[in-house]
Write a protein that binds this ligand. Sequence first.
Ligand code: AMP
Ligand code: GLY
Length: 424
Amino acid sequence: MKVLIIGSGGREHAIACKVAQNPKVKHLYCAPGNAGIAGVAECIEVGVGEFEKLADFAEREEIDLTIVGPDDPLVGGIVDVFEERGLRVFGPRKNAAVIEGSKAFSKDLMKKYQIPSAAYETFDHPSDAIAYLNNNSKYPIVLKADGLALGKGVLICGTPQEALDGVRQIMEDKQFGTAGDRLVIEEFMTGREVSVLAFCDGTHIAPMTSAQDHKRAKDGDQGLNTGGMGTFSPSPFYTEEVDEFCKKNIYQPTMDAMKAEGREFKGILFVGLMLTQDGPKVLEYNARFGDPETQVVLPRMKNDLIEVFEACIDGTLDQIQLEFEDNAAVCVILASQGYPESYEKGLPIKGLKNFEGKEDYFVFHAGTKKSSEEILTNGGRVLGITATGKDLKEARKKAYEAVTWVEFSNKYMRNDIGKAIDEA
Ligand code: AMP
Ligand code: GLY
């Protein structure tokens, strides 16, 4: 079997490691990949946005299965391009990936099908948004740019002035480009945030074990929003009761809703949940694996990933029983000082060999590249250091041991990943 993975982050490295375990996989390619992925796959220099070139490659090399990692190509319709050319591909089509690509779409879907989520209004004109804010007395309030904005299009505004400034930034100054053509204004929710990733075959949905992310750059959830500074799995707050509720009121209803709308969802549905006092509510949907959630979820998965992907494509997911180890995992992101704003690239990384042959430890490359004999930093998030353990405490201890095994200048991390475990 020949497999192509599209993407270049820690998520794709974790997927590649798992896919490589299937003995049927004889050739694994990744476009464009990174220095870590190059250890398990042949990296090819084609960007994730070059749909036709990627499809040309898949055709020429007779790729049996292509797996799409990031949101941008999915929302842009890469799956449609592959399918039109008769190529087998894992991921939602453009008309289904809109569940992530448009927050207004996902909010309207939840409202129509009574899926629990925060109250909201959608605006196409800044004057209407401002008029609405002038009549609103509840703060904080949440502003969301409708489209994809690298995870940065959400503003939590504590005062009326902040909210008015936010409307200007998003809709008038176009800080997030066309993503800000529409605006969703949403009720602020409080509670624990949990990420649940689920395999979907258009009809059936199979949720994986839960995870929790740490989105802010600094300890104590301070600083700017990032792509994610670390994760742990499972979440001790995602109880069986919560799971039951979500299966009945969120996961299956979302699948059914998408089907009823003629937007059958095949691929990974990532449900961002807020566990509020009134029960679990959807914060957001993504149409792909989470990053760095994937780096703690896949190392705990017992199933063969290729088999599950195939079942999703073929509509036979109901015949698969997902299984996860009865253990825990913690991932600490090693970033470059200054991320998510400005940071240096091209700094040599030492100590990667320390991970070789160690069973419970993983070093997933997020932003790295190879130059002659050295591996260099090549992004804000550089590495994801994951450790598994019998429970969350042990996994956390091991992950924080392992972060000392690698060194590069300007290495930065949060020191409180998984601190919430102590409060569980
Ligand atoms: P999103 O990109 O929709 O995941 O939003 C980014 C982050 O903003 C989330 O992970 C939450 O921490 C926060 N957030 C989004 N929507 C709300 C909300 N309605 N209430 C409180 N926090 C929110
Ligand atoms: N870790 C959050 C995301 O992948 O969107």
